[in-house]
Design a protein around this ligand. Sequence first.
Ligand code: GLN
Length: 501
Amino acid sequence: MTLPIADRTMTELGALLRTGQLSSRELTDASLERIDRDAARLNSFLAIDADGARRAADEADAALARGEGADRPLLGIPYALKDIFVTRALDFDGNPLPGGLPTTAGSRILAGYRSPFASSAQERLEAAGAVLLGKTNCDEFAMGSSNENSAYGPVRNPWDETTVPGGSSGGSSTAVAGGQAVFALGTDTGGSIRQPASLTGTVGMKPTYGRVSRWGMIAFASSLDQCGPFARSVRDVALVLHALAGHDPRDSTSVDTPVPDYAATLTGDVTGMRLGVPHEYFVPGMEPGVETAVRAAIDTLRGLGAEIVDVSLPSTDRGLATYYIIAPAEASANLARFDGVRYGVSAAADELWENYAQTRGAGFGPEVKRRIMLGTYALSAGYYDAYYVKAQQVRTLIKAEFDEVLATVDAILAPTSPNVAFKIGAKVDDPLAMYLNDACTLPVNIAGLPGISVPCGLSEGLPVGLQVIGRAFDESSVLRVADAYERTAGFANLRPHTAHD
Ligand code: GLN
């Protein structure tokens, strides 16, 4: 069965574009039609620029006609940005640019906010010739695992619209799963790319901390945040990552190290690679269908000639507690800038303190307030040593355990999420149950390592993800393992029922 244009991989579509069998305008229209049909119902987009997208597609078609597609795999490909990336919407005099997209971070406090500059990620994708469709819904300031914390309402999972698409990049995962964008960007502070990829049957990657610039990405927890792609194949992810990666002098944490040609490393060959399976990642409470699918995926890689070895990461169960000190602490500092003076909405009270209180009181949602309170408490005099310093010590321990294991294996295999997509509303009243969603992804951010989620089948009709974790700056091995698996596993064409015209 051939898939509709809107649901195919970028690699396949790129070949059609370069040989003139498809134009970027036709492809962009196919994505926009799917957005028209489904986006309001699924609540996946917060802003759409259809005219701008068509204009960019026409420019891409002109470039393709000049033969410029050969070494520009993203040329003419429509994509979406999580609404945590600022997009330039004002000119140098502060006047609105036509078609300029607002940036909200999923928060009421930034309703209608227009940025005077673009994120580095957007600039790089623009230079690569990709076509921006719009901004996707997300949990407020990227805090969440289900996309139910957006001030603009929950996103629905196209696989089953009564379930969540994962979070916090749920609009991006839904857009890619549902044929509304060929690829999308998300951000991952504790799992927000990999977990929604797992829950929507897409491929999602968090690169090594420092691999991709965070310039223009609204900060949640600066020492953990990293941006990365969602796409429909590992190769597509490799191509987008290649366009994004590299040193950016505007982000002092971006690392100046060579960027390999990731797609060229996808040989399909994992013979002799040593892959570690940490038993601690098969966490208590994991759904049996998820465990079955992940274990079968590990067997598939063994069948391909990889050597599977048992490894141990004993501090895994401390990841959650460590993360929920460090991330809120950094968030409480980062979110201080939303004061009703500098950005977005202001309560316009007569007195300054009153203005802060009213703006932040009305502008932030309950989860963001919870994190600010937790973080402020953990950083306050008297508690700083007991909580924040302790968490940083455990962080060092977690990182050291990964380093030790990754000295003996080429990559680590684990579940991405202990569960498949759950019902909207099922966990909103239980923050601890919600936080448990990220038990298998958080440690990777704590250690700053690269990780990918690749579909490994269905459990009760809903997608399951296999996570591959690698050494710092060795995205190539992670991608190679995931790609080899994807080629043989037979799940590359899994699409939700919405993938029909
Ligand atoms: N779910 C985690 C949280 O709520 C991670 C979010 C993320 O990666 N942005 O903090």
